[in-house]
Design a protein around this ligand. Structure first.
Ligand SMILES: [Zn+2]
Length: 212
């Protein structure tokens, strides 16, 4: 979104990224890299980040590197859709609009490349670009833009996120011993993924917060 630089430009060297990841790992923290550009993605993956957020210009080589190392892709298609709409409606202008449209075109392709190369996927939205509270809109986009199967999109949003965070022993599936974090929708989301945008039941850690 910045004026005057290229959308794919790298901002950290490999050495900087490596030092950053090493220091985070000492504190048992994971590192997520916000990366659109092909080269930046590869530098971050090589340095050992746990996830690439966006990954708009991911190429075949980068996808293979991610699959080898188990680096997650968080495609953030709803953020990309938001900036694409802003570019098309004239809210974003000039170079910023051009960059938004290029990233949006790239992102559609990137998820397909990632899936073809078995890159693990987690769901995330880069919240703040789009409106908070609309995160479930990400799932239909994963299906319609990336060609993910509805069950794979749901898994990315549940076990995918849990594994990426290292919380899969506590959350991510309905399993004895895990937190009872459950949502329900009125109809079968495998038949129509859009129904996930209309959550009718919410249980958080065993407490019901919403019901039909
Ligand atoms: Zn971002």
């Amino acid at each position: 979104m910045s004026e005057g630089d290229a959308v794919g430009a790298t901002q950290y060297s490999f050495e900087e990224l490596k030092a950053l990841v090493d220091e985070a790992n000492k504190l048992e923290r994971k590192v997520a890299a916000h990366a659109h550009g092909t080269e930046g993605i590869k530098l971050a993956v090589k340095a050992g980040v746990s996830s690439i957020e966006h990954g708009s210009f991911l190429d075949e080589e980068g996808a293979k590197m991610m699959a080898d190392r188990g680096t997650y892709l968080v495609p953030t298609l709803s953020a990309v859709e938001t900036v694409e709409k802003a570019a098309k409606s004239g809210v974003l202008k000039g170079l910023r609009a051009e960059k938004a449209l290029a990233a949006a075109a790239g992102a559609r392709n990137a998820l397909k490349i990632a899936l073809a190369n078995h890159v693990p996927i987690a769901m995330g939205t880069d919240a703040g670009v789009g409106a908070h509270g609309t995160n479930m809109h990400e799932l239909p986009l994963m299906v319609e833009w990336g060609g993910m199967k509805p069950l794979d999109a749901i898994t990315a949003a549940t076990m995918g996120g849990a594994r990426l965070l290292g919380w899969d022993k506590r959350i991510g599936s309905i399993t004895a011993g895990k937190y009872a974090d459950i949502v329900a929708v009125p109809t079968d989301p495998l038949a129509d993924i859009h129904v996930l945008e209309h959550v009718s039941f919410v249980m958080k850690n065993g407490v019901v917060y919403k019901q039909p």
